[in-house]
Design a protein around this ligand. Structure first.
Ligand SMILES: Cc1cc2nc3c(=O)[nH]c(=O)nc-3n(C[C@H](O)[C@H](O)[C@H](O)COP(=O)(O)OP(=O)(O)OC[C@H]3O[C@@H](n4cnc5c(N)ncnc54)[C@H](O)[C@@H]3O)c2cc1C
Ligand code: SF4
Ligand code: SF4
Length: 791
């Protein structure tokens, strides 16, 4: 039952029920990949979940004017190629309706005109309203400056006034069909046609391009007094304020620029909730430090506004053990904490957000269990266990198994298509549980598959474990080729091409061909010498060849069950000599160049890399790797004592059994792959892999004693587009390092050296130590919202 409680502030806040708290906790974890940057869900060519409805510009993640313009140009070029896109008998039906006359929308309208399309542009206020609202005299940068602007709209570095003048001139000269002061209120698709209603009229169109930006939706603090007339969420004329006490709230570039400009004629208090300004341009940091040194700005870090009073602002400052409340007299306040995606507006149009967690957890659990019940009944008729909670399942006819199974899985698919992401999660779990449940080995399969799954999934006299390896390698190869195209060939990036060649080669040679075929051939034809080939402790244990590349503690079995001394020597050499040397020179690149677990994540999991959990809490979760490493070490010690001294037999066997089940099956096998489409591909590698943690410790140590050769450095060209942070598979906020030109290594992060941040940066900001770029050093690329290369 939900209830209402009254907070200190007098606001009414709903108390969550236990079930709601559980749901909120689950959603918080699953949503952690979105970070601060929530975006609408987009497919290729910026098409939304509604066919024919496109989203471009700021709203689609274009961080600067030039990118927004490029998306406007490209979306029309794409639409123009579609069948029946231009013209028709219905004179009142537009080919395209463009909503929002900002950089993206204007360039789209110019291109639509160029292409001879019947179009109309609807603008809520005035042409280029966002830029009109920039502070007076603001210089507008035309970054990236090495990339010419696309389309007919003009762009060069200029004051906002000059830029607006040029744009209005272009609008006038081209006679663009723009309806200003006409905000779009509703949009419905009926019979394949979009029906749009504005504050003044109605329009019908074959396609819609939404370019409304997100600046019209400034983020609020939601504190008392925020709606007072002296509290603003924009700064328009900084020079207007003189000899005043001014509060600026925020820690991004807009807030810092405002604080610095206002401090020229006023006393400024800068309140920011974090302990440092970590996301600002180096130049802004310099100006801010100068203003602080000159006592023109008083920075109040770790602080939150409690209330804007009539003449005083109440600020709570976190001082560790206790909070201090400070009252500051003020004339004006500027809350510049960014803008929120206009979620409500987008949802009202029927649009879906990226990584949105709507739907029912309970229904998903129910349908997934039904799927498993169907499997269990089927098993009961095919040699599997018949009893479930004391009930004999074999009395239920086999055809009912098919009905129950279909009902469960078809239900998950149906609700998934309707937008319930929990349903997809349930389906993903069902698939990977099945894959692993049947893979464990004869009689060890998970319950619904026990005593029959192994047999049922053995084909051509080969066990399911073999077909699992085939499937794994096939998945890696198919999606690896896609990833090579996406990151290597399309970008002409040699570093990424070699990385994927390396990952695929290791998988094919060391994790498929050798353990499944070549080891046996080497024994049969005595390529390894007669002595070794005829020694049963070596020859009969092909599975140990995984230890050729998988080091302890990822593959601690190398040292277990009385191995041949060849494996012991190699295992020690690999873990304690080769890996540390690799780490010294390349950090944790083992994870992104060699390992099969990392390989599947970088290939099959690549399309979901932007969903990797982000933020400080997600970094704290990395402690789990240490826990797994400690347990793996304990189990290793126990087993070695057992093997050498013959004691601790039971605890050692139990330790291996439990570790095998929880780490090898659940943490490596079922959970990470289940979570690929929801938390990106690196859940195991980042949070649970004991070898990754060991390498992290070694690399951290080498960095601290300044011997590590691995680091990423940044130049001063960062435009804060966030592409690097968005695409980091281990959730590192690369942008904050880039903005401050700080070194990123394993002392400061858990980077695995994949180089995707270096590749994706449109400004060539990042490079590995020594200034080495990924292949092409001068090519600058524009990306679409879905990560395609635009230019
Ligand atoms: C303070 C600040 C400084 C910046 N400085 C720079 C810079 O120097 N260089 C740079 O390249 N970029 C800069 N940017 C980023 C730049 O402003 C954006 O990248 C760019 O404006 C995005 O263009 P857009 O067309 O997607 O959206 P916008 O320019 O925001 O245009 C959206 C338009 O849609 C209209 N609209 C909104 N809702 C509706 C509706 N319901 N119906 C109809 N119309 C609607 C709005 O009125 C607006 O005119 C800055 C941004 C800020 C906030
Ligand atoms: S910081 Fe860059 S190189 Fe390191 S893991 Fe993230 S994307 Fe890869
Ligand atoms: S370093 Fe990151 S945020 Fe900066 S320009 Fe490059 S990709 Fe964008």
């Amino acid at each position: 039952m939900s209830s209402l409680e009254v907070t200190e502030m007098g606001e009414k806040k709903r108390q969550l029920s236990f079930a709601e708290k559980i749901r909120q906790g689950i959603v918080t974890v699953l949503h952690s990949g979105s970070g601060m940057n929530e975006r609408p869900y987009l497919k290729k060519h910026n098409e939304s979940n509604i066919p024919g409805f496109y989203i471009i510009g700021d709203l689609a993640g274009a961080p600067v004017i030039k990118y927004a313009m490029a998306q406007g140009y490209d979306v029309i070029e794409h639409i123009a190629t579609l069948p029946g896109a231009i013209g028709g008998n219905d004179a009142e039906l537009y080919d395209v309706i463009i909503i929002g006359a900002g950089a993206a929308g204007l360039n789209a309208a110019l291109q639509a005109k160029e292409r001879g399309m019947r179009y109309v542009m609807l603008e809520r206020e005035q042409v280029a309203n966002t830029i009109e609202n920039f502070p007076e005299g603001k210089y507008v940068y035309a970054e990236p400056d090495s990339q010419p602007p696309k389309g007919k709209l003009w762009l060069d570095g200029a004051t906002k006034e000059d830029l607006i003048k040029r744009w209005n001139q272009i609008v006038h000269e081209n006679g663009l069909n723009i309806r200003t002061m006409e905000g779009v209120q509703t949009c419905e698709k009926k019979g394949g046609v979009f029906h749009i209603r504005t504050s003044k009229g109605a329009y019908r169109g074959k396609r819609v391009v939404l370019a409304t930006g997100q600046r019209g939706n400034p983020r609020k603090l939601n504190v008392q007094g925020e709606d007072r007339e002296q509290v603003y969420h924009r700064l328009y004329s900084p020079r207007k304020y003189k000899n005043e006490n001014i509060i600026v709230v925020g820690g991004g570039n807009s807030a810092i620029e405002a604080a610095v400009t206002l401090s020229e004629q006023n006393k400024v208090y800068l309140s920011y909730r974090a302990s440092e300004f970590s996301r600002i341009f180096k130049d802004n940091e310099r100006k801010l430090n100068a203003a602080i040194a000159a006592k023109k700005i008083d920075p109040i870090l770790n602080s939150n506004i409690v209330e804007f009073g009539e003449h005083e602002t109440k600020i709570k400052i976190n001082r560790g053990a206790e909070d201090e409340v400070r009252k500051i007299p003020y004339n004006h306040a500027f809350v510049l904490v960014g803008a929120d995606v206009p979620r409500e507006f987008l949802k009202s149009l029927g649009l879906r957000m990226e990584n949105e967690w709507e739907g029912s957890i309970l229904r998903t659990v129910g349908l997934t269990l039904l799927g498993f019940l169907g499997v269990w009944i089927f098993g009961a008729h095919n040699g599997g266990q018949a009893s479930l909670l004391g009930f004999d399942l074999s009395v239920i006819p086999a055809w009912m198994a098919a009905v129950i199974w279909t009902f469960g899985l078809a239900g998950l698919i149906r609700f998934g298509i309707k937008g319930d992401r929990f349903a997809w999660l349930g389906l993903s779990f069902f698939v990977w549980y099945t894959v692993y449940g049947a893979k464990l080995g004869k009689g060890e399969e998970f319950w619904p598959y026990r005593d029959w799954g192994y047999k049922f999934l053995s084909f051509f006299d080969r066990p399911w474990a073999f077909w699992y390896t085939v499937m794994y390698t096939a998945l890696m190869t198919i999606f690896g080729l896609q990833a090579v195209k996406r990151w290597g060939l399309d970008r002409k990036d040699k570093f990424q091409i070699w990385r994927y060649v390396s990952l695929l080669s290791f998988q094919w040679i060391f994790f498929f061909l050798i353990p499944e075929f070549l080891f046996q051939s080497a024994v049969k034809y005595q390529w390894i010498g007669e002595k070794l080939a005829t020694d049963p402790t070596f020859a009969d244990q092909a599975w140990r060849s995984y230890g050729l590349v998988y080091a302890w503690p990822l593959f601690f079995y190398t040292f277990f069950y009385n191995p041949h001394q060849v494996w012991v020597v190699w295992g020690v050499l690999l873990t304690f000599v080769i890996i540390p040397i690799l780490v010294l020179f390349h950090g944790k690149r083992y994870c992104s160049w060699i390992c099969g677990c990392g390989g599947l994540a970088e290939t099959f999991g690549d399309r979901w890399r932007h969903l990797a959990p982000k933020g400080k809490t997600s970094i704290k979760w990395e402690w789990m790797g240490t826990a797994v490493l400690v347990v793996a070490t304990l189990v290793t010690v126990l087993v070695l004592i057992k093997d050498i001294y013959g004691v601790f037999r039971d605890p050692a066997d139990l330790g291996v059994r439990l570790y095998r089940l929880y780490a090898d099956v659940w943490l490596v096998g079922i959970l990470p792959v289940t979570l690929y489409p929801f938390l990106g591909g690196k859940v195991w590698c980042r949070y649970w892999c004991p070898l990754a943690k060991l390498m992290q410790m070694q690399s951290n140590f080498f960095a601290r004693i300044k011997t590590s050769k691995f680091k990423i450095t940044a130049n001063d060209k960062c435009i804060a587009c966030n592409e690097c942070s968005r695409n980091c598979l281990v959730g590192i906020d690369v942008m904050s390092y880039a903005l401050k030109q700080e070194t990123l290594d394993n002392k400061t992060s858990s980077c695995i050296g994949c180089g995707i941040c270096v590749s994706v940066c449109p400004m060539d900001v990042l490079s590995f130590s020594g200034g080495q770029r990924n292949g092409n050093s001068t090519h600058v690329q524009l990306l679409s919202a879905t990560g395609e290369v635009l230019a």
